[in-house]
Design a protein around this ligand. Structure first.
Ligand SMILES: NC(=O)c1ccc[n+]([C@@H]2O[C@H](COP(=O)([O-])OP(=O)(O)OC[C@H]3O[C@@H](n4cnc5c(N)ncnc54)[C@H](OP(=O)(O)O)[C@@H]3O)[C@@H](O)[C@H]2O)c1
Length: 306
């Protein structure tokens, strides 16, 4: 039986991945969480090296996927020690423990390792992060390559997918402001029309990871750095327009053509997905279709939990 450990299974990407892997009847999944455990997860603090080593020894997975991280740029900017502990040191500990057991490690990284000035970026383009989050993730990539030969880094851009709160994804976090702008007498909502993003659906990423795991299961493990991205460029202003349309809201949106964030963010980090595409790996659900699925599932969840 092929056994996969998913570290950070309570997060946006981790949940989609566990849902996808659960459909593989001949695979076994062991999933970890930290502050949001459930009946189907094991509690693991990845900053605790001893606990990580014991977990890997005990579970003896064939592959380990690291979806746990501190991924909020503002938090990383203000707490670089936390960013390093999760995005660098924990990656090293997990990859070392997996390597000792001969398990393949897949670590998730970000398009923010690039400065966004010269897209598209290939997997071997020169990284130049602009903020503390990007720096920590780049160091995490280096920690992986220094620690194990039996590993792979998968870089991803802005993610959205099934959510447990609007704030969970930078795509759906726009919804409250969009809805407020549609109230009678409300002020328009200002939306960033400067930064270009490629929103990527977590269930599609989960398929990509499942296909990568299947190659490892066939002794054809992918190593080094790979990238996956949606193929529809849009600014947050355009994302907000599409969300308003999907929600049938008469939103008042004002584009802002200069950067708005206090933490520096790249302009356009389009990731070329050529390595995975050449292997026949990938799936891309159109944004308008995927976002309607996300909104419908969240509305249903909201109704049933009310
Ligand atoms: N979200 C994006 O737009 C985006 C874009 C590009 C790349 N990425 C990368 O994709 C990966 C997944 O991101 P995500 O959006 O799914 O993140 P997320 O929703 O914030 O989930 C983070 C996960 O990390 C776990 N975690 C936090 N602190 C931990 C600790 N001390 N010990 C063990 N686990 C801990 C959380 O567990 P609890 O919730 O149970 O505490 C949760 O499962 C990350 O590597 C991120 O950098 C994300």
């Amino acid at each position: 039986m092929f056994k996969v450990a998913v570290i950070g299974a309570s997060g946006l990407l981790g949940r989609a991945l566990v849902d996808e892997l659960a459909q593989q009847s001949d695979w076994q999944v062991v999933a970890t969480a930290f502050s949001r455990p459930s009946a189907s997860t094991v509690v693991l603090d990845i900053r605790d090296a001893r606990a990580v080593e014991q977990f890997v020894e005990r579970e003896a997975p064939d592959a380990l996927v690291i979806a746990a991280a501190e991924r909020r740029p503002d938090v990383c900017e203000h707490d670089p020690a936390l960013a390093r502990a999760l995005n660098v040191d924990a990656v090293r500990t997990l990859a070392a423990a997996a390597d000792r057991r001969g398990a393949w490690t897949l670590s998730i990284s970000t398009d923010y390792v690039f400065d966004g000035t010269q897209p598209p970026y290939l997997h071997d383009s020169a990284p130049a992060p602009l903020n503390a989050y990007g720096h920590s993730k780049l160091e995490g990539e280096r920690a992986m390559s220094e620690t194990t030969d039996l590993g792979c880094v998968l870089r991803l851009p802005l993610l959205y997918g099934p959510i447990v709160s609007w704030a969970e994804s930078a795509v759906t976090s726009l919804v409250p402001a969009i809805a407020a702008s549609a109230e009678i007498g409300a002020q328009p909502a200002t939306m960033d029309a400067w930064a270009i993003r490629y929103p990527t659906f977590t269930p599609d990423v989960a398929v990509v990871i499942r296909q990568m795991l299947a190659r490892h299961a066939r002794d054809e493990a992918i190593r080094g750095i790979v990238q996956w991205s949606g193929d529809e460029p849009m600014t947050k202003y355009e994302i907000a327009q599409r969300l308003a349309e999907a929600l049938q809201l008469d939103a008042q949106l004002t584009p802002q053509y200069t950067p708005t964030d206090t933490t520096p963010r790249p302009h356009n980090c389009h990731l070329a997905s050529e390595r995975l595409e050449a292997l026949g790996i990938g799936r891309r659900t159109p944004f308008d279709e995927a976002i309607r699925q996300v909104l419908a599932a969240f509305a249903w969840r909201d109704t049933t939990s009310a």
